[in-house]
Write a protein that binds this ligand. Structure first.
Ligand code: UDP
Length: 249
């Protein structure tokens, strides 16, 4: 059992990306359904305000730190996480694994245009992949059709990009009914895979400034990114009080 670092109530796996990938590959060949959450600071702040989301955390097999903010915060707690493990990276690497193993993949989410671009790109890069998808804009009344479409494909891996926390709620609500070995919430990864949204250039990634790049490209994200300083302050206060508690006990 891999250890966790609890940041504001969210238990992050301290596994490295390669360890997470190894776990995911095992899950993909299991008969029971597994569920992985990729969570950044915005998600952590949503957990604080959402009772249902807090319950969902216990259903997940793994919660990975998808954001440099989580990795930095883990150091304040004196329990540094190894590295970021993002939804986009997991998706890309597990798609390759699925192709190599002859396993099926289903992609649920994004607009129809973005989804089709992502599927086309994936098929180009992985000519023998078994992959299908459905866009992420459906009404509540259509959920059973969406589930039926997924079950018909019987995927080993389900990538869900409906935005957080809708994607985690969708997976948790239908985990047993869908019976898929591994479901992962991947946020905007489908848009990135299809090129609808560009991933930050490597220089931004290396400088851990992907958030800044996204903000510059999409200034409308500023409202959402207000969660970042709120997260930093809350985590810093929690970490300091825990560290103080440890040193006085
Ligand atoms: N999305 C969707 N259905 C919805 C709302 C959003 O499929 O009802 C998709 C959206 O098109 C995008 C993804 O969910 O591809 C989430 O993107 P966003 O950047 O908002 O999410 P984050 O990664 O920040 O959670």
């Amino acid at each position: 059992m891999v250890s966790t670092v609890v940041v504001l109530g969210v238990p992050f796996s301290s596994a490295s990306e390669s360890e997470v990938l190894a776990d995911c590959m095992n899950y993909m060949q299991d008969e029971t359904p597994h569920f992985v959450i990729t969570a950044g600071p915005e998600f952590v702040m949503k957990v604080g305000e959402d009772e249902k989301l807090r319950r969902i955390l216990h259903q997940a097999d793994l919660i990975t730190p998808d954001g440099i903010g989580i990795v930095i915060a883990s150091r304040w707690y004196g329990q540094p996480l190894t590295e970021r493990v993002t939804g986009v990276d997991l998706a890309q690497k597990l798609i390759l694994h699925a192709e190599e193993q002859g396993m099926r993949v289903f992609v649920l989410g994004a607009s129809e245009d973005s989804l089709q671009r992502a599927l086309a790109t994936i098929r180009e890069l992985h000519p023998t992949i078994h992959i299908a998808g459905r866009n992420g804009y459906f009404k509540h009344a259509e959920v059973s059709d969406v589930i039926a479409a997924i079950r018909k494909e019987a995927p080993h891996l389900l990538l869900v990009g409906l935005g957080q926390p809708a994607q985690e709620k969708f997976i948790a609500d239908h985990l047993q009914e869908m019976g898929i070995p591994l479901s992962i919430g991947v946020g905007g990864a489908i848009d990135v895979l299809g090129g609808t949204v560009k991933r930050a250039p490597v220089v931004f990634q290396k400088a851990k400034l992907e958030w800044l790049y996204r903000l510059l490209r999409e200034p409308s994200r500023v409202r959402r990114q207000v969660a970042l300083p709120r997260f930093a302050l809350a985590a810093w206060i929690e970490a300091k009080s825990q560290v103080r508690g440890r040193s006085t006990s």
